[in-house]
Design a protein around this ligand. Structure first.
Ligand code: PLP
Length: 393
């Protein structure tokens, strides 16, 4: 792509880092099947072990031993990792003490639609409100009056950047329900905010490589030792028993190599890159507030890379097209839900009207963005707002 592109859609996906590309090219030459017992197979298997070690280290697992490697299960994406977490837990045991599942009202479709399927199978789904980007603690506490089977809360919202207090929520659930399985979709929070599965009190954590400068088509599910020991999770891809039996199918060695390399690189630069994203976001927010847009900033904590705003009576798709013509790429809400014609459920939960949600843009930053990118977005948005408002009059 040419140099003029300004890419501000990093919550949808990120540019693959040079380091990840290099590791992927090296892995492509080691084409043995990791299950094969010859030297080329072992070399491929080593790539998987190295990447797993890297990712487990990033999740706070110190001195990764062989038996720790089963704590990470590679999948084809974050969506599959979440499907494994939710369906794998729901169907691990035929007899369950409870059928109640807690979640938020602003989850990614990979959680929301999986839970809708579980609801058809008799599970009761309770959604905790997230108005203003904050988990409603009162509603959460009120929902703990009956036994909980499982909870699935995202760490960072993909449309607003709101950082939910998962640690506190999981603590409250666990106190009353020691055996509940706690899943966290950390796709948008991974390497943007500091956490470990332990610090969240999570049994299962979903990750995805393409949000952190790794390749698409590779994700992972962290599985806490107690889940494995007590067989609380069962695979739903059955076959040759790869990934310690948790996800059969020949591994995506090239993707895994890229995932591991991206994690190593981003981990190394994390405090600095997060600070940079935060500065760019805050700078952009401040300048944009004088253009008549409404900033949809979470009233609690937020991740550093996402800024959501509502345009003055201009449909987001119209603005998105106008910016795209200028080589500036942003998003009209979550890319994953852009197939839907309904206004974003997340923004409605946040407190916007359907019309406001329809006029909202998401700008998302990465460490590759510069202040110049922000200035060019700000002036393009300013010009397009005046133009589109004039046309309407
Ligand atoms: N969860 C969240 C919060 C996301 O933002 C996304 C993707 O945008 C996913 C899950 C799905 O990840 P993947 O694209 O790897 O399936």
């Amino acid at each position: 792509m040419d140099k003029e592109i300004i890419y501000l859609d990093n919550s949808a996906t990120t540019r693959i880092s040079e380091c990840a590309k290099e590791k992927m090219a090296q892995a492509a030459d080691i084409y043995g099947n990791p299950s094969s017992l010859h030297a080329m197979g072992s070399a491929a298997e080593r790539i998987i072990r190295d990447a797993k070690t890297e990712i487990l280290l990033s999740l706070g697992v110190r001195a990764v031993r062989d038996e720790d490697l089963r704590r990470l299960c590679f999948t084809s994406c974050g969506t599959e990792a979440t499907n494994l977490a939710l369906f794998g837990t729901a169907y691990a045991k035929k007899r369950r003490e409870a059928t109640r599942i807690l979640t938020t009202d602003s989850e990614h479709p990979s959680v929301e639609n999986s839970l809708a399927r579980l609801a058809e199978d008799g599970f009761e789904i309770v959604r905790i409100p997230t108005r203003g980007g904050v988990l409603d603690t009162e509603a959460l506490n009120a929902s703990l009056d009956k036994p909980i089977f499982m909870a699935s809360f995202m760490l960072v919202n993909n449309e607003t950047g709101a950082l939910y207090n998962v640690r506190e929520a999981f603590g409250a659930i666990r106190r009353k329900n020691p055996s509940a399985v706690l899943h966290c979709d950390a796709v948008q929070g991974y390497l943007k905010v500091k956490f470990t599965p332990e610090s969240l009190g999570a049994d299962l954590v979903t990750l995805s490589a393409h949000k952190i400068h790794g390749p698409k088509g590779i994700g992972a599910l962290y599985i806490a030792p107690r889940m494995l020991k007590e067989r609380r999770i069962a695979p739903y891809l059955c076959g040759g028993g790869q990934e310690y039996g948790m996800r059969s199918g020949t591994e995506n060695v090239i993707g895994i190599a890229g995932f591991g390399a991206a994690v190593r690189e981003v981990c190394g630069s994390m405090p600095r890159s997060c600070e940079k994203m935060r500065e760019l976001r805050d700078y952009t927010a401040e300048k944009l507030s004088s253009l008549g847009v409404i900033l949809n900033r979470p009233s609690g904590e937020s991740a550093p890379h996402i800024l959501n705003l509502t345009l003055p009576d201009i449909k987001s798709q119209t603005m998105l097209n106008a910016l795209s013509e200028r080589g500036i790429y942003v998003s009209s809400g979550s890319a994953c839900s852009s197939h839907s014609t309904h206004p974003s459920k997340t923004l409605i939960s946040f407190g916007l009207t359907p019309h406001e949600a329809d006029c909202s843009l998401r700008i998302s930053f990465s460490e590759y963005n510069t202040k110049d990118d922000c200035d060019r977005l700000i002036s393009a948005l300013g010009e397009e707002i005046s133009k589109l408002v004039r046309i309407r009059r």
